[in-house]
Design a protein around this ligand. Structure first.
Ligand SMILES: Nc1ncnc2c1ncn2[C@@H]1O[C@H](COP(=O)(O)OP(=O)(O)OP(=O)(O)O)[C@@H](O)[C@H]1O
Ligand SMILES: [Mg+2]
Length: 296
Protein backbone atom coordinates (compact mmCIF):
# COMPACT_ATOMS: atom_id res chain seq x y z
CA UNK A 1 0.00 0.00 0.00
CA UNK A 2 2.98 2.34 -0.33
CA UNK A 3 0.97 4.19 -3.01
CA UNK A 4 -0.61 6.03 -0.08
CA UNK A 5 2.60 7.80 0.92
CA UNK A 6 2.33 10.81 -1.33
CA UNK A 7 -0.91 11.78 0.42
CA UNK A 8 0.79 12.37 3.74
CA UNK A 9 2.55 15.46 2.43
CA UNK A 10 -0.68 17.02 1.16
CA UNK A 11 -2.73 16.20 4.23
CA UNK A 12 -0.21 17.52 6.73
CA UNK A 13 0.18 20.88 5.02
CA UNK A 14 -2.78 22.06 7.10
CA UNK A 15 -1.31 21.04 10.45
CA UNK A 16 1.07 23.87 11.18
CA UNK A 17 -0.49 25.32 14.33
CA UNK A 18 -1.44 23.80 17.67
CA UNK A 19 -3.77 20.96 16.95
CA UNK A 20 -5.92 18.78 19.19
CA UNK A 21 -4.85 15.24 20.02
CA UNK A 22 -7.00 13.00 17.87
CA UNK A 23 -7.82 9.69 19.51
CA UNK A 24 -9.60 6.81 17.76
CA UNK A 25 -11.57 4.34 19.89
CA UNK A 26 -11.92 1.41 17.57
CA UNK A 27 -12.59 -2.29 17.23
CA UNK A 28 -14.14 -4.13 14.35
CA UNK A 29 -16.28 -6.11 16.72
CA UNK A 30 -19.76 -4.87 17.62
CA UNK A 31 -20.50 -3.95 21.22
CA UNK A 32 -17.12 -3.93 23.03
CA UNK A 33 -17.95 -0.54 24.57
CA UNK A 34 -16.58 1.87 21.97
CA UNK A 35 -19.39 4.41 22.28
CA UNK A 36 -19.74 3.94 26.04
CA UNK A 37 -16.02 4.65 26.41
CA UNK A 38 -16.11 7.68 24.08
CA UNK A 39 -19.07 9.43 25.74
CA UNK A 40 -17.85 8.81 29.28
CA UNK A 41 -14.25 9.71 28.49
CA UNK A 42 -15.58 12.90 26.87
CA UNK A 43 -17.22 13.76 30.20
CA UNK A 44 -14.04 12.94 32.11
CA UNK A 45 -11.82 15.03 29.80
CA UNK A 46 -14.31 17.93 29.89
CA UNK A 47 -14.16 17.87 33.70
CA UNK A 48 -10.47 18.78 33.40
CA UNK A 49 -11.59 21.83 31.44
CA UNK A 50 -10.29 20.39 28.19
CA UNK A 51 -12.34 21.32 25.12
CA UNK A 52 -13.58 18.02 23.73
CA UNK A 53 -14.92 17.25 20.28
CA UNK A 54 -16.59 13.89 19.70
CA UNK A 55 -16.78 12.84 16.05
CA UNK A 56 -19.31 10.11 15.45
CA UNK A 57 -18.08 7.89 12.61
CA UNK A 58 -20.77 5.27 13.11
CA UNK A 59 -23.90 5.47 10.92
CA UNK A 60 -25.73 3.88 13.88
CA UNK A 61 -25.36 7.37 15.43
CA UNK A 62 -25.13 6.12 19.03
CA UNK A 63 -22.83 8.90 20.28
CA UNK A 64 -24.95 11.46 18.39
CA UNK A 65 -28.15 10.20 19.98
CA UNK A 66 -26.47 10.16 23.37
CA UNK A 67 -25.48 13.84 23.23
CA UNK A 68 -28.24 15.34 21.07
CA UNK A 69 -31.11 12.92 21.69
CA UNK A 70 -32.54 10.61 19.00
CA UNK A 71 -35.19 13.13 17.91
CA UNK A 72 -32.49 15.54 16.81
CA UNK A 73 -29.80 13.04 15.82
CA UNK A 74 -31.89 10.81 13.59
CA UNK A 75 -33.41 13.75 11.73
CA UNK A 76 -30.24 15.63 10.82
CA UNK A 77 -29.81 15.87 7.04
CA UNK A 78 -26.62 14.49 5.50
CA UNK A 79 -25.18 18.00 5.06
CA UNK A 80 -25.31 18.49 8.86
CA UNK A 81 -23.39 15.31 9.62
CA UNK A 82 -19.93 13.88 9.17
CA UNK A 83 -21.34 12.00 6.16
CA UNK A 84 -21.17 15.22 4.11
CA UNK A 85 -17.36 15.02 4.22
CA UNK A 86 -17.60 11.78 2.24
CA UNK A 87 -20.29 12.84 -0.25
CA UNK A 88 -19.20 14.22 -3.64
CA UNK A 89 -22.12 16.66 -3.79
CA UNK A 90 -20.84 18.50 -0.68
CA UNK A 91 -17.21 18.64 -1.83
CA UNK A 92 -17.11 22.46 -1.80
CA UNK A 93 -19.53 22.99 1.10
CA UNK A 94 -18.57 24.94 4.23
CA UNK A 95 -17.87 22.26 6.83
CA UNK A 96 -17.52 24.61 9.83
CA UNK A 97 -21.24 24.19 10.61
CA UNK A 98 -20.77 20.46 11.25
CA UNK A 99 -19.53 21.12 14.78
CA UNK A 100 -22.58 21.16 17.05
CA UNK A 101 -22.57 22.25 20.68
CA UNK A 102 -24.07 19.84 23.20
CA UNK A 103 -25.80 20.91 26.40
CA UNK A 104 -22.67 19.89 28.30
CA UNK A 105 -19.88 22.31 29.09
CA UNK A 106 -16.75 21.75 26.97
CA UNK A 107 -18.28 19.00 24.79
CA UNK A 108 -19.17 19.44 21.11
CA UNK A 109 -20.03 16.82 18.53
CA UNK A 110 -19.86 16.16 14.82
CA UNK A 111 -22.96 14.05 14.36
CA UNK A 112 -23.74 11.02 12.28
CA UNK A 113 -26.81 9.00 11.40
CA UNK A 114 -28.03 6.35 9.00
CA UNK A 115 -27.90 8.75 6.02
CA UNK A 116 -24.14 8.17 5.88
CA UNK A 117 -24.59 4.40 5.62
CA UNK A 118 -24.45 4.25 1.78
CA UNK A 119 -21.13 6.13 1.88
CA UNK A 120 -19.50 3.66 4.24
CA UNK A 121 -18.20 1.28 1.57
CA UNK A 122 -15.14 -0.98 1.63
CA UNK A 123 -11.96 0.88 0.66
CA UNK A 124 -10.95 -0.90 -2.52
CA UNK A 125 -7.81 0.85 -3.69
CA UNK A 126 -5.08 3.28 -2.76
CA UNK A 127 -6.76 6.13 -4.64
CA UNK A 128 -9.90 6.35 -2.53
CA UNK A 129 -10.56 10.09 -2.89
CA UNK A 130 -12.26 10.61 0.48
CA UNK A 131 -9.70 8.91 2.67
CA UNK A 132 -8.16 12.20 3.85
CA UNK A 133 -11.45 14.13 4.11
CA UNK A 134 -11.64 13.82 7.88
CA UNK A 135 -7.96 14.62 8.39
CA UNK A 136 -8.40 17.79 6.35
CA UNK A 137 -11.60 18.73 8.21
CA UNK A 138 -9.85 18.39 11.58
CA UNK A 139 -6.88 20.38 10.29
CA UNK A 140 -9.16 23.16 8.99
CA UNK A 141 -11.96 23.38 11.55
CA UNK A 142 -10.99 21.80 14.85
CA UNK A 143 -8.06 23.84 16.10
CA UNK A 144 -10.13 25.23 18.98
CA UNK A 145 -10.29 21.80 20.66
CA UNK A 146 -7.81 20.10 22.97
CA UNK A 147 -8.88 16.56 22.27
CA UNK A 148 -10.93 14.90 19.55
CA UNK A 149 -12.45 11.50 20.29
CA UNK A 150 -13.53 9.42 17.31
CA UNK A 151 -16.29 6.86 17.86
CA UNK A 152 -15.81 4.13 15.28
CA UNK A 153 -18.37 1.89 13.58
CA UNK A 154 -18.06 -1.89 13.98
CA UNK A 155 -16.57 -2.26 10.49
CA UNK A 156 -13.30 -1.48 8.75
CA UNK A 157 -14.85 0.37 5.81
CA UNK A 158 -14.34 3.95 4.55
CA UNK A 159 -15.42 5.84 7.68
CA UNK A 160 -13.12 3.74 9.84
CA UNK A 161 -10.26 4.00 7.36
CA UNK A 162 -10.61 7.81 7.15
CA UNK A 163 -10.85 7.87 10.94
CA UNK A 164 -7.52 6.07 11.32
CA UNK A 165 -5.83 8.37 8.83
CA UNK A 166 -7.16 11.37 10.78
CA UNK A 167 -5.93 10.03 14.15
CA UNK A 168 -2.79 10.54 16.16
CA UNK A 169 -3.56 7.66 18.52
CA UNK A 170 -5.62 4.49 18.51
CA UNK A 171 -7.14 2.86 21.56
CA UNK A 172 -8.76 -0.56 21.31
CA UNK A 173 -11.33 -1.69 23.88
CA UNK A 174 -11.30 -5.47 24.24
CA UNK A 175 -13.86 -7.42 26.22
CA UNK A 176 -12.19 -10.48 27.73
CA UNK A 177 -13.89 -12.97 25.44
CA UNK A 178 -12.32 -15.43 23.04
CA UNK A 179 -14.08 -14.13 19.89
CA UNK A 180 -13.21 -10.52 20.71
CA UNK A 181 -9.51 -11.21 21.11
CA UNK A 182 -9.37 -13.32 17.94
CA UNK A 183 -10.73 -10.44 15.80
CA UNK A 184 -7.92 -8.08 16.83
CA UNK A 185 -5.66 -9.27 14.01
CA UNK A 186 -7.81 -7.41 11.43
CA UNK A 187 -7.75 -4.21 13.45
CA UNK A 188 -3.96 -4.35 13.86
CA UNK A 189 -3.53 -5.00 10.14
CA UNK A 190 -5.65 -1.99 9.24
CA UNK A 191 -3.73 0.23 11.67
CA UNK A 192 -0.45 -0.95 10.12
CA UNK A 193 -1.81 -0.11 6.64
CA UNK A 194 -3.07 3.31 7.80
CA UNK A 195 0.46 4.06 9.04
CA UNK A 196 1.59 4.05 5.43
CA UNK A 197 -0.42 7.27 5.09
CA UNK A 198 0.04 8.54 8.65
CA UNK A 199 3.45 7.19 9.73
CA UNK A 200 3.11 8.82 13.15
CA UNK A 201 -0.22 7.15 13.94
CA UNK A 202 0.39 5.34 17.23
CA UNK A 203 -1.30 2.43 18.96
CA UNK A 204 -1.79 3.98 22.39
CA UNK A 205 -2.91 0.65 23.77
CA UNK A 206 -5.67 -1.86 24.44
CA UNK A 207 -7.88 -1.74 27.48
CA UNK A 208 -10.12 -4.41 28.87
CA UNK A 209 -13.76 -3.38 28.71
CA UNK A 210 -16.82 -5.03 30.27
CA UNK A 211 -14.67 -6.88 32.78
CA UNK A 212 -16.49 -9.27 35.08
CA UNK A 213 -15.33 -11.31 38.01
CA UNK A 214 -15.27 -14.74 36.43
CA UNK A 215 -12.70 -17.45 35.91
CA UNK A 216 -12.90 -17.13 32.12
CA UNK A 217 -12.40 -13.37 32.26
CA UNK A 218 -9.40 -13.74 34.59
CA UNK A 219 -7.89 -16.34 32.26
CA UNK A 220 -8.33 -14.18 29.15
CA UNK A 221 -7.14 -11.09 30.99
CA UNK A 222 -3.92 -12.91 31.83
CA UNK A 223 -3.42 -13.99 28.23
CA UNK A 224 -4.00 -10.39 27.05
CA UNK A 225 -1.36 -9.22 29.53
CA UNK A 226 1.08 -11.77 28.13
CA UNK A 227 0.23 -10.86 24.55
CA UNK A 228 0.35 -7.07 24.84
CA UNK A 229 2.61 -6.47 27.84
CA UNK A 230 2.97 -2.75 28.56
CA UNK A 231 0.63 -1.89 25.72
CA UNK A 232 -2.31 -3.13 27.80
CA UNK A 233 -3.71 -0.30 29.91
CA UNK A 234 -3.70 -0.95 33.66
CA UNK A 235 -7.12 0.69 33.80
CA UNK A 236 -10.13 -1.42 32.88
CA UNK A 237 -13.82 -0.69 32.53
CA UNK A 238 -15.96 -3.20 34.41
CA UNK A 239 -19.43 -4.41 33.63
CA UNK A 240 -21.54 -1.99 35.73
CA UNK A 241 -25.19 -1.17 35.43
CA UNK A 242 -24.31 2.55 35.69
CA UNK A 243 -22.94 2.51 32.12
CA UNK A 244 -26.27 1.33 30.76
CA UNK A 245 -28.21 3.79 32.88
CA UNK A 246 -26.26 6.84 31.74
CA UNK A 247 -26.64 5.87 28.10
CA UNK A 248 -30.39 6.27 28.60
CA UNK A 249 -29.92 9.61 30.40
CA UNK A 250 -27.61 11.09 27.75
CA UNK A 251 -25.13 12.35 30.33
CA UNK A 252 -21.65 11.00 31.01
CA UNK A 253 -21.02 9.40 34.39
CA UNK A 254 -18.82 12.35 35.30
CA UNK A 255 -21.89 14.59 35.08
CA UNK A 256 -24.66 12.48 36.56
CA UNK A 257 -22.94 9.76 38.66
CA UNK A 258 -19.49 11.21 39.49
CA UNK A 259 -19.12 9.30 42.76
CA UNK A 260 -19.69 5.78 41.41
CA UNK A 261 -16.99 3.15 40.94
CA UNK A 262 -17.70 3.30 37.23
CA UNK A 263 -16.97 7.06 37.08
CA UNK A 264 -13.80 6.45 39.02
CA UNK A 265 -12.49 3.84 36.60
CA UNK A 266 -13.28 6.15 33.64
CA UNK A 267 -11.17 8.86 35.32
CA UNK A 268 -8.36 6.35 35.83
CA UNK A 269 -8.48 5.41 32.16
CA UNK A 270 -8.55 9.11 31.19
CA UNK A 271 -5.46 9.80 33.31
CA UNK A 272 -3.60 6.84 31.86
CA UNK A 273 -4.49 8.00 28.33
CA UNK A 274 -3.18 11.50 29.08
CA UNK A 275 -0.02 10.06 30.61
CA UNK A 276 0.64 7.94 27.52
CA UNK A 277 -0.10 10.83 25.15
CA UNK A 278 2.28 13.06 27.11
CA UNK A 279 4.99 10.42 26.83
CA UNK A 280 4.55 10.20 23.07
CA UNK A 281 4.28 13.97 22.64
CA UNK A 282 7.54 14.56 24.47
CA UNK A 283 9.26 12.24 21.97
CA UNK A 284 7.32 13.45 18.91
CA UNK A 285 8.73 16.23 16.73
CA UNK A 286 6.77 19.47 17.19
CA UNK A 287 3.78 19.47 14.86
CA UNK A 288 5.01 22.59 13.10
CA UNK A 289 7.81 20.45 11.76
CA UNK A 290 5.30 18.30 9.86
CA UNK A 291 6.00 20.84 7.17
CA UNK A 292 9.25 18.97 6.65
CA UNK A 293 7.21 16.00 5.41
CA UNK A 294 5.74 18.11 2.68
CA UNK A 295 7.17 16.45 -0.36
CA UNK A 296 10.62 15.95 1.14
N1 LIG B 1 -18.93 -1.57 30.96
C1 LIG B 1 -20.21 -1.77 30.68
N2 LIG B 1 -21.07 -2.21 31.64
C2 LIG B 1 -22.39 -2.41 31.36
N3 LIG B 1 -22.92 -2.19 30.16
C3 LIG B 1 -22.13 -1.75 29.17
C4 LIG B 1 -20.74 -1.52 29.38
N4 LIG B 1 -20.20 -1.09 28.22
C5 LIG B 1 -21.20 -1.05 27.33
N5 LIG B 1 -22.36 -1.45 27.90
C6 LIG B 1 -23.66 -1.57 27.22
O1 LIG B 1 -23.50 -2.47 26.13
C7 LIG B 1 -24.14 -1.99 24.96
C8 LIG B 1 -23.11 -1.82 23.85
O2 LIG B 1 -22.17 -0.84 24.26
P1 LIG B 1 -21.63 0.23 23.23
O3 LIG B 1 -22.76 0.77 22.41
O4 LIG B 1 -20.80 1.18 23.97
O5 LIG B 1 -20.71 -0.68 22.33
P2 LIG B 1 -20.07 -0.32 20.93
O6 LIG B 1 -18.75 -0.96 20.88
O7 LIG B 1 -20.12 1.13 20.70
O8 LIG B 1 -21.11 -1.04 19.96
P3 LIG B 1 -21.21 -0.87 18.36
O9 LIG B 1 -20.12 -1.75 17.81
O10 LIG B 1 -22.57 -1.37 18.02
O11 LIG B 1 -20.99 0.56 18.04
C9 LIG B 1 -24.84 -0.70 25.37
O12 LIG B 1 -26.16 -0.99 25.70
C10 LIG B 1 -24.08 -0.24 26.61
O13 LIG B 1 -24.90 0.50 27.52
MG1 LIG C 1 -20.91 2.26 19.13
Amino acid sequence: MSDFNWLSGIAWCNLKVKMPDVVAITNRKGGPSKTTSVVNLAGAFAALNLRVLVIDLDPQGSATNFFLGPNVGENLALDSTVGSLFADEFFLADSSNLILETELKNISIVANNEFSDPLNNPVRNAWEPHQTSLLEFIGDECKAFDIVLLDFPPSLYLLAWAGLIASDYVIIPVPPEMFATQGLRHVHKMIAEAREVRPDLRRLGHFVSRKKRSRTHSFILKSLQERFGKELFHSTLSEYHDYMEVSALGQPLEVCRPKTKAANEVRELRDEILERINKFESRRAPRDSFEANDGN
